[in-house]
Write a protein that binds this ligand. Sequence first.
Ligand SMILES: Cc1cc2nc3c(=O)[nH]c(=O)nc-3n(C[C@H](O)[C@H](O)[C@H](O)COP(=O)(O)OP(=O)(O)OC[C@H]3O[C@@H](n4cnc5c(N)ncnc54)[C@H](O)[C@@H]3O)c2cc1C
Length: 433
Amino acid sequence: MGWDFETDPEFQKKLDWADAFVREEVEPLDLVWPHEQFTQLEGPRREAIQPLKEEVRKQGLWATHLGADLGGQGYGQLKLALLNEILGRSSWAPVVFGCQAPDTGNAEIIAHYGTPDQKAKYLQPLLDGEMFSCYSMTEPHAGADPTMFKTSAVRDGDEWVINGWKFFSSNAKTASFLIVMVVTNPDVTPYKGMSMFLVPADTPGVNIVRNVGLHGEPLNEGSHALIHYDNVRVPADAVLGGEGQAFVIAQTRLGGGRIHHAMRTIGLAQKAIDMMCERALSRETQGSKLSDKQFVQGYIADSYAQLLQFRLMVLYTAWEIDKYNDYKRVRKDIAAVKVMMPTVLHDIAWRAMQVHGALGVTNEMPFLGMITGAAVMGLADGPTEVHQITVARQVLRDYRESDDLWPTQWIPRRLDAAKEKLGQFLEAEVGNL
Ligand SMILES: Cc1cc2nc3c(=O)[nH]c(=O)nc-3n(C[C@H](O)[C@H](O)[C@H](O)COP(=O)(O)OP(=O)(O)OC[C@H]3O[C@@H](n4cnc5c(N)ncnc54)[C@H](O)[C@@H]3O)c2cc1C
């Protein structure tokens, strides 16, 4: 019997260490440097944060997203899930543990598809935590449908020349390099005519036009760049994984990225439940504590059950990834997790916010940030609807149409069949009456 919901004691010790370390050493960074996670570590920030990274390394918990064969710790996705749900509580924790998006996904595809030179130039510094990267795929006119992308690269001697626009390229302003998805052969299907390029951020022609912010951030001071690639010249060996491979690579990247977001979301939602329960036990109104009110008990019970369902699903999907080592095979469940993620975080954060009354909607509590985060999760790495389509298509594969007017489970026909099968017993039963 192989089913087991227990963490092995040795790894549990590491998780316990991470739990205390994040709470005591990392969460304070979220308060004093709330927006600096993706800027190069310098001055006092380097002094404060570098020793924390060293501690993580000593514990063997650095860059746990990559397998041992790809230069990581080789813990697999299930252990990563257990760790990530701790890291999800803090915006700095993934950086301190060397497993922050989008660098994790970018490192993963370079590890899978990069040449030895590309790995030396980009992967090693990424794994060392000394470089940030950007994944530049979405375009201003098209995101959910990559077959509509227009940014192109044309071969010119030993170089490729990239032209076009990209939108929502997260962290472009601090990245050392960008992975750009472009059309290299417009004459074949986009699934075979697009390629990925590794482009150093200081290449002439990489022009950040605007740094789009999320709700609440000042205009043009956000992290999501509108980029004009204007005659950007890169050498022939800047192609990642070969010409025409972009779609295959994108699936590898996004499969991992989506499940990692889900793992961290568990931690964030748990944090909202923790706050909701503390408040419910601490606040009194109309003669009793909030925790005695049945509506509030309903919020707590629904939140607990919703998160438990989600957590089990994420852990199961992580286990499947470890077992099959093939994102494509686990596509249905990764997509299902991605579909559930925004709703779970939204619902739980919303209830926790409501239980806090007016204080809940202020900038002195984190709930509206979580709710914005939930909205983001319904879009980043593809909108919910597109993932619902994936789930439905994959589910439907296991079914066949019926050529009969009546469904297979139509009771009158099944009853006739059952009577025929059990006829001798029914006759005996009648005879006994
Ligand atoms: C915070 C954040 C960070 C991001 N970071 C990056 C990044 O680093 N790099 C990058 O390249 N991109 C990034 N993105 C972009 C993200 O991948 C796109 O927003 C996403 O793919 C959707 O594209 P779109 O915004 O153009 O929406 P559209 O494609 O215009 O879709 C709009 C809406 O239409 C509906 N819709 C779309 N397709 C379908 C369908 N087939 N069936 C039914 N309804 C549909 C959905 O409701 C969808 O939300 C980021 C987005 C966010 C919010």
